[in-house]
Each structure stands twice: as structure tokens, then as C-alpha cells.
Design a protein around this ligand. Structure first.
Ligand SMILES: [Zn+2]
Length: 265
């Protein structure tokens, strides 16, 4: 009687052990910041290939947004008079990935950066001058935003302006002159971030770098017309990102739907 009892217990321990191991694996996958960031980004860019579920697109969103999943590199000639955007993500650009932990460390250590919990803190940061309005500039434009605010830390806004200038300079004298890169996400409050993610990973990992006003995403380059294909703007944005990354000014994560950029302190 007793012996049989012991044998059954070992069986149970083995079963329990493998269940625990499986749970640990699931937990690690669950809290992985990079994966979570990709989920957020997928939700942030509804036209992307990995987006799923019902997502509200603002009425003012450019018409071409709905065609983005087809907007790889070729079909422009087939759609007359319509200028499709050129993708700017890990599928088309070759850049080393800086780990997300480094982005978080940078975001926390930028001068006057703070974790923007909600709209009240956003307004307070704005009135202190720690967050500044961002509007379209040379070489870049801001997409209609549904999950973030067009605000950044002043130093990050300067970075964006410098990248815009560098990008526009690359295209001067080419058929692609006038192409601008599209910024699709800037500062998100923790509340907006939580609404984006399936789970509240802010509490676990210290927050998205978007909640510090330290990051922005570039998802496309937009050409003024169909005179030239995507090759020149794509090479130009790749060169700009690489130069800024190599010089130590930015950290980059190439994502499925965009390039995630964080200023280094
Ligand atoms: Zn991002």
C-alpha cells in the first residue's frame, strides 16, 4: 500500500516539473520587452503586415495607408497617379539592432526625461518645457496619430530635425528630391501604452521608451510623385540611420513595421 503511494508521487512530481518548466518558458516569452514592443508597434501601424484585430484609422489618414500591405517595392506602375509609400522597416533596411534594455537606459538618462503616466503629467511636462510640440519639418512629416502625441523631449526633437535635414540633403539633385520620411509614433502616456499592449508590461519592465519622450518611429518614406521608385529614398534613409547610429547619437530597433529610434544621452 505504502510502496504504491510513493511510486504515484514520483509520477506526479515529474508531471508537475514539466508543467512548471513550460510555465517558465511561457512567462519568459510573455515578458520579453522586444516582443512586446513589436506587438505594440504592430498595433500602432494598422497597415502593417502583422497587424490584427479591429483598429481605428483616423478619417484624415492618407488614402494610401490602406494599401500599405501591398506597398513593398514594385506595384507603383500598376496604380496610376497614386503615389504609394516606401517601407522603412527591418524587411528593407539593414541595420544592427541595439537591445531594448539600452533604449530604456538611454530614455531614463536623458536630461529632464520623466515617465509620462497620464494626460495630466503630459500637460505638466509641456508647461515646464520638458516636452515640446513637434510639427512637420524639412525631410520629415508627422502622420495622423491615434496612439501617441506629437511631443518629444527638446533634445529628441532636435535629433529628428537633424535627421530630416540629413535625409533631405541626401536627395537634393535626385529624382527623389522632396521625399520625406513619415514619423508614425512619438510620445505615449503609460495609459496609451497600456491600451496598445495586450498586457501591462510597464509595471514589469520600467516602461516603453515612448513614455519618456525619448523615442520616435519611422515607418515609411513618402515621395512627392511617381517620377522615381523607392530605391533612392530607401538607400538615403538607410544611410542616415546608419550614420547616426555609428556616431553614437541614436539607438535603433528595426521592427516589422517601422524603425524604432531612441536618442542616446
Ligand atoms: Zn517605437
Amino acid at each position: 500500500m505504502q510502496r504504491r503511494h510513493v511510486r504515484y508521487r514520483w509520477d506526479r512530481i515529474a508531471a508537475l516539473g514539466s508543467t512548471l518548466a513550460l510555465l517558465c518558458l511561457l512567462l519568459v516569452a510573455w515578458i520579453s520587452p522586444d516582443e512586446t514592443d513589436e506587438v505594440e508597434l504592430a498595433l500602432e501601424h494598422p497597415g502593417g503586415t502583422v497587424a490584427s484585430g479591429p483598429i481605428k484609422v483616423p478619417a484624415s489618414f492618407p488614402k494610401q495607408q490602406s494599401d500599405i500591405s501591398d506597398a513593398k517595392q514594385e506595384p507603383y506602375k500598376e496604380v496610376e497617379n497614386e503615389v504609394l509609400p516606401c517601407s522603412c522597416n527591418k524587411g528593407v533596411l539593414r541595420l544592427p539592432k541595439n537591445p531594448y534594455k539600452g533604449h530604456q537606459h538611454a530614455a531614463r538618462n536623458l536630461p529632464n526625461s520623466f515617465f509620462v503616466k497620464n494626460d495630466a503629467e503630459l500637460r505638466a511636462g509641456k508647461s515646464r518645457g520638458n516636452l515640446v510640440d513637434v510639427t512637420d519639418g524639412r525631410g520629415y512629416h508627422i502622420a495622423p496619430l491615434s496612439h501617441s502625441h506629437a511631443l518629444l523631449l527638446p533634445e529628441v526633437k532636435s535629433l529628428l530635425e537633424d535627421m530630416g535635414q540629413a535625409f533631405a540633403d541626401e536627395l537634393v539633385g535626385t529624382k527623389s528630391d522632396g521625399t520625406v520620411f513619415r514619423v508614425t509614433s512619438l510620445t505615449r502616456t503609460a495609459k496609451q501604452q497600456a491600451r496598445l499592449g495586450r498586457r501591462n508590461y510597464n509595471a514589469i519592465n520600467g516602461g516603453s521608451t515612448h513614455s519618456y519622450g525619448a523615442s520616435f518611429d519611422i515607418a515609411y518614406t513618402d515621395r512627392p510623385n511617381n517620377d522615381a521608385d523607392c530605391s533612392t529614398p530607401t538607400r538615403a534613409i538607410q544611410k542616415v540611420l546608419k550614420t547616426f547610429q555609428k556616431s553614437g547619437r541614436i539607438l535603433v530597433i528595426p521592427e516589422k513595421n517601422c524603425m524604432h529610434i531612441t536618442l542616446r544621452p
